[in-house]
Design a protein around this ligand. Structure first.
Ligand code: FBP
Length: 559
């Protein structure tokens, strides 16, 4: 078993590779390819001064030390960062939900520093950003890291959803950075965590501290992306795991001929996962939240859309099917959004008790909608909010709610003589199952390159950048490597009465190629069974390096 010591000097046990399955063992021992620019000496070339995605004046005020700094690209060459040799002290933290490949980012940082800056030290902050604030860390070594290479999960150092926000918390982070004499910190996280990374970089620079901060794009949800950062890691693997499961459920539906499978898929806000899984498997229906919002659909109209297709399929003799639903769906329906924001207010200002008197505080339309929901959903809508004040959509069983609503509508149509089929709904939630799988070749290589690049950026003295690896449709050797100014991805939003910098979530673009592809095929999939079972993730063989449709289509490649 690998082990290391914690800040408190206690032994921290790691994983035991000796108990691994044959597949895990084969993955732990492979050596990963690197983009050719990372294999020898390189120069860091600055681009032009950067601006912001929105409200540049506001961002300039919030980031006086970082605003305007250029993004950079690595070019093969003999001078620059590749030539510097000083040893570094670097801390790394995993932030937010698990995503396959996180361990490879850490391995990439570690290997870069081992190879180019002999004598460097890498600390892993434990349990997410709270580890930085509390000074809870382990020192990473070759032996400790070894069993985690190319393995899913975040358990090497674990993750957390805390934010470094208040002046006291920034002070705590500062103290840790000084105590460990850190040259840099790598924050591996989503949109919020990378915004936080930039605030940390700004704060350190403002205090003329030597500690620099680099971000890495992580989230299975796929909603942290832009031109320079074409995808977040973990999306590829998670979608392939879900698609295998959906493919199996499709074959089951076809075999028994008696079930409608309602599959809810993770994706707290954006519907990228549902869209990608639809492109991989061809379900009868895939609801895309962004389209529901754009068409201002109601819960009733979503239910009617599903029911209409079920009725048409029944006439063709199919009393079965597969329907994909994004986890964030209810948050896209304007009337539900309205209800949720009223509930947020009520919950923030007092207890919701069993008397139900609190319901009187809801507007009449919201009250009527709330009463329409099954009791279980009502309870789920009242659950505690996450640390950012959001409804925990992973806990709302929209798939069960839709089954009930469709059932009611079908009964009505049966009485009216419009439908005479059989309907049995089966509900599924594919979420946590996809977040810790063995990373696909793509995610394994992408993460290793992201980590290596983060090491290179810190080594060359950069701060406030997000590690950016591009040209992803080409072989790994041809991938481009650089760092994008985090401030250039930002806008300002007013939250809780204050102006806050935010990296906007990348939602499904209704004018983008992936959605247009779905829109062009879905009528056929609705009535004719075009199910595809992609099977399990492959690590060797002709399909092992295939990347997801979303990325391929967005890169303009033929999918
Ligand atoms: P991140 O954006 O932090 O990567 O998390 C993504 C996600 O997996 C969502 O898809 C899901 O809604 C959420 O995390 C679940 O969160 P939790 O792990 O706190 O239950």
């Amino acid at each position: 078993m690998s082990s290391t010591t914690s800040d408190a000097g206690k032994a921290v046990p790691g994983r035991l590779a000796a108990v691994y399955s044959k597949v895990q063992t084969s993955r732990v021992n492979i050596s990963l390819p690197l983009p050719s620019v990372l294999k020898s000496s390189f120069n860091i070339v600055d681009g032009p001064p950067s601006s912001a995605t929105g409200n540049p004046d506001g961002i300039a005020k919030l980031f006086p030390n970082l605003f305007g700094q250029p993004s950079v690209i690595l070019k093969a060459g003999d001078s620059g960062a590749g030539a510097k040799d000083a040893s570094l002290k670097i801390g790394v933290v995993l932030s937010g939900g698990q995503a396959p490949g996180g361990h490879n980012v850490i391995s990439g940082i570690f290997d870069y520093l081992q190879g180019r800056t002999k004598g460097s030290t890498v600390y892993g902050f434990r349990g997410g950003p709270a580890g930085i604030m509390k000074g809870n860390y382990v020192e990473l070594s070759t032996e400790f890291i070894y069993p985690y290479r190319n393995q899913g999960g975040f358990d090497m150092i674990c993750s957390g959803r805390d934010k470094i926000e208040t002046p006291e918390q920034f002070k705590q982070a500062e103290e840790t950075a000084k105590k460990l004499d850190l040259d840099g910190i790598v924050v591996i996280g989503g949109d919020d965590s990378n915004t936080n990374a930039c605030l940390l970089a700004e704060n350190f620079r403002g205090k003329t501290m030597k500690t620099r901060v680099i971000g890495c794009p992580k989230t299975i949800d796929g909603d942290l992306k832009c031109k320079e950062v074409p995808t977040s890691f973990g999306f590829d693997t998670a979608c392939k795991i879900y698609s295998e499961m959906i493919g199996n459920v499709m074959t089951d539906a076809r075999s028994t001929g008696k079930y409608y499978h309602f599959v809810r898929l993770m994706g707290r806000a954006a519907s990228h996962i549902t869209l990608e899984c639809a492109l991989e498997t061809h379900p009868n229906i895939a609801i895309i939240g962004e389209e529901v919002a754009a068409k201002k659909q109601t819960l009733k109209s979503v239910t009617d859309h599903i029911t209409d297709i079920i009725c048409k399929r029944s006439k063709l003799g199919y009393n079965y099917g597969v329907i994909l639903i994004p986890e964030g769906l209810i948050d896209f329906i304007p009337e539900v959004q309205h209800l949720i924001s009223e509930l947020n207010e009520i919950l923030a200002h007092g207890a919701v008790d069993e008397t139900g008197i609190w319901k009187k505080k809801l507007q009449s339309q919201s009250q009527a909608l709330f009463e329409l929901f099954p009791e279980a959903i009502q309870e789920q809508l009242l659950l505690e909010r996450d640390p950012h004040g959001n409804v925990q959509v992973a806990k709302i069983e929209t798939e069960k709610m839709l089954i009930q609503m469709v059932e009611t509508e079908l009964d009505k149509r049966k009485h009216e003589g419009q439908y005479n089929g059989q309907f049995k709904g089966q509900s599924h939630f594919f979420g946590y199952e996809g977040r810790c799988g063995l990373p696909t070749n793509f995610d394994a290589n992408y993460c290793y390159a992201l980590g290596y690049a983060a090491g290179a950026l810190l080594h060359s003295g950069k701060t406030g950048l997000i590690s950016s690896v591009g040209n992803l449709a080409a072989p790994v050797e041809e991938w481009t490597v650089g760092g994008t100014a985090l401030t250039s991805l930002m806008d300002v939003e007013r939250r809780h009465g204050k102006f806050k910098p935010v990296i906007k979530k990348a939602m499904v673009e209704l004018e983008g190629s992936p959605f247009k592809k779905l829109a062009s095929l879905r009528d056929d999939w609705a009535l004719n069974n075009r199910y595809v079972n992609p099977g399990p993730i492959q690590f060797v063989g002709p399909t092992a390096n295939t990347i997801n449709y979303t990325l391929l289509l967005e890169l303009g490649a033929e999918a």
